[in-house]
Design a protein around this ligand. Structure first.
Ligand code: IMP
Ligand code: ZN
Length: 341
């Protein structure tokens, strides 16, 4: 509770638009999965609570990505752990007062479990459908991510899966992964294919200096993305372009950027401060990877209020404005309007 504003950020209905499934799994949930696998002699991995001690959130771009490739993906490697972790992530968001969630994930084959990428997406969607009974107020959609290291064929596969599963709640494609890797211009044809199919587009944008060359940012802007994630290393010219593209969503992730030292300085130096009043873009505070950086969405709002001194009506107005950036249809927008007004 923030007494001076009479706001309880946990019970305030919130929209989360930038959350990576595997990065949103709590350490407790990873530990439970590890315990079950250990008991069934199905894993040699170390306890996740030792690999990622509770309270450690200072992962930077060098230590962050290997957490997935060398640990989390080896633990979440079959249908039951994927289902269990997806439901746990949804439950955690619901308990934090999130009423609309766009979860994103990179389709990943699990060969030892006999699961191809389509099976992976199907399992995640089934878990989302099942979770609805326990947390009816939270509505979840899915975004499929292309990884910057993907080949054109692999990226095309992600778009094909997004098209295939559209009627079960896949709304968009994302481009993510290690910003020091890959050349995004490779993906132009598949992004255009996704757009032509009616899918929405959200892109990790200028997250690190390595992914903020003028050429890369101009390529991405030419894709006419509906939303951009992070938006850190941007020139004044790019900022103007963004501001002039009416209604573009900006998914800003404060704790992630501060803990991973992606920005210079701390919360008060975050570019949220420069964007939230700008006319045109729709700024939406997001968690990115709450399992790693440890700050639930309610805490991101608390940090925003604390560091940028927003008034009660400004907080509530900004939260509602986020409805304009969601990828679901009019019915969902209407439901959110009713919940948030
Ligand atoms: P998944 O796609 O559900 O497996 O979620 C984890 C994946 O999301 C990681 O392997 C990264 O590719 C991607 N990811 C998570 N956080 C970030 C980020 O801040 N920047 C870029 N990619 C990210
Ligand atoms: Zn991200």
């Amino acid at each position: 509770m923030t007494p001076e504003l009479g706001l309880d950020f946990k019970s305030m209905p919130k929209i989360e638009l930038h959350a990576h499934l595997s990065g949103s799994i709590s350490r407790q949930c990873l530990h439970e999965i590890w315990e079950m696998k250990k008991a069934a002699r199905k894993t040699d991995l170390e306890d996740p609570l030792l690999v990622m001690p509770p309270g450690r959130h200072d992962y930077d771009l060098k230590t962050f990505f290997p957490l997935f490739s060398s640990y989390i993906y080896n633990l979440i490697d079959d249908v039951s752990s994927l289902e269990h972790s997806t439901k746990s992530v949804i439950r955690d968001f619901a308990h934090d007062g999130v009423v609309y969630l766009e979860l994103r994930t990179t389709p990943r084959a699990m060969p030892t479990a006999g699961l191809d990428k389509a099976g992976y997406v199907d399992t995640v969607l089934r878990a989302i459908e099942d979770a609805r009974a326990d947390t009816p107020t939270l509505h979840t959609r899915l975004i499929l991510s292309i990884d910057r290291r993907n080949s054109l064929d692999e990226a095309g596969e992600a778009v094909a899966l997004a098209k295939l599963f559209r009627d079960r709640g896949v709304v968009a494609v994302d481009l993510c992964g290690d910003p020091t890797k890959g050349d995004v211009s490779l993906f132009t044809p598949v992004i255009e294919e996704a757009r032509a199919a009616g899918l929405k587009i959200t892109i990790h944008f200028a997250e690190a200096e390595a992914s903020a060359s003028e050429a890369e940012l101009n390529t991405i802007m030419s894709w006419m993305p509906d939303r951009l994630g992070h938006v850190i290393h941007v020139s004044e010219a790019i900022k103007r372009q963004i501001a002039e593209r009416g209604g573009i969503g900006l998914e800003l992730c404060l704790s992630c950027n501060v803990h991973a030292k992606m920005i210079v300085g701390s919360f008060e130096a975050h570019h949220f401060g420069g964007w939230w009043r700008v006319d045109g873009p729709i700024v939406v505070p997001c968690t990115d990877d709450v399992g790693i950086f440890g700050s639930p969405l309610s805490n991101e709002w608390r940090l925003i209020q604390h560091h940028f001194r927003l008034q009660r009506e400004e907080i509530l107005g900004l939260a509602k404005k986020g409805i304009g950036a969601i990828f679901a249809g009019d019915g969902e927008r209407e439901r959110l309007r009713r919940l948030m007004w």
